[in-house]
Ligand binder design. Sequence first.
Ligand code: ZN
Length: 480
Amino acid sequence: MSAQHTDVIIGLEIHCQLNTQTKLFCGCSTDYKEDGPNTHVCPVCIGLPGSMPMVNKKAIEYALRVARALNLEVLEESEFARKNYFYPDLPKGYQITMYDRPLAERGILEIEDDEGKEKKVRITRIHLEEDPGKLVHMGGAGRARYTLVDYNRSGIPLIEIVTEPDLRSPKEARRFLNKLRATLEYLGIFDGEREGALRVDANISIKGSERVEVKNITSYKGVEKALTFEITRQKSQIRRGARVERETRHFQEGRGITTSARSKETETDYRYFPEPDLRPLRVRDWVAGIALPELPDARRDRFMRQYGLSLNHARTLTGDLRLAEFYEALAAKADPALAATWTADTLLGELNYRDMAVATVPLDHFADLVNLAGSGEVTDRVAVEVLRKLLDAVLEGRSPAMPSAYVKEQNLGKSDASAFAAVVDEVIAENEQAVADYHAGKTSALNFLLGQVMKKTRGKADPREITPMIAARLSSEEGS
Ligand SMILES: [Zn+2]
């Protein structure tokens, strides 16, 4: 563990939107993405007087799947409560959530710590609650002249997952969220790509100091940034001899900073009481009958067994459901070991650089590329170039050529090393200084000459074959 973070204590509260077809307490469709504001609403989800909520069975089943996957104990009896507060996105004046009797308690999610070792992060509890509506500040936050309210989101089922303060660094927190997201996606209950699907409140303290809560962080990167900022801020307070105030802060994503919330929020302000319109839930017996799909750790182990992958590759390739599925489809069309290397070590970096999702990569094209690289007909360098061309084409909406056809057409195939003898001669003749350096004992001159050959051959030459050719040519020159 890195020394600078051993005194850092982080706990997370994570709100995830469950991808049910209908809302938590009414029949309104949750699929409102393409539709106008306030088109998916009814008396229940906008809280008209006299309307009665009915619990969505699917939402409970989804939450129970999470409980099983994270090894939580489901309570004998859970209870919905009203959390009372006034906010424009909350037309009822209260939110239906669970309070002192949640759905399940005491679970575990395993991640890797900062040294790559297995670490068990304790889950305190999970509970179900409804999402409030959404405020739309016309003209942007801070500058808006007025604000509109959209209740399409009001009543979307959320699961809140609360961890013990077991995390020790922003990176660890990010890994926890990635693992959680993967697990929820494997369970088929969550779509991490959906905007606002995951929102995080983080509790951060430095050992011996007060705890600060940073609210409503809406991206995975944001969590790491907010935590990093907050740790630096708190440590500098302590170094200057100032006290860290116990407070709630907001994360400003654009500026990468946290700012103090104007009003103090404490639990007692909410005046929780049991929701009188809903009966307590008794669902513990239900959980044993819930079948779980293969989860990320099991899939990681299977990838190692079935495809002979290294732990690192298996971990990377199963860390995201779409990636795992892409890899399995690829492994059916290309050598699994080579497919893993090209996907984990090359493709992911290129996708990341272009901010592209793996789902956009044409599988047959990529399989063709992997097979081409495996055949030895092109150098790895050419293969990477062809991959970049392929991804650029996809990104620009053009239909890309098949890599093997493209290589043939552009004459990029690897030639026999002997074909490059003339180029080696040329480069040696053109670079007297480098040759002299080499003879004077400067071995790096050889790399320079190799670079020149690669340039002239547009990467078609294999450095492993060219290097000894240059060395042989230089020593024969010495003898002459
Ligand atoms: Zn409704």
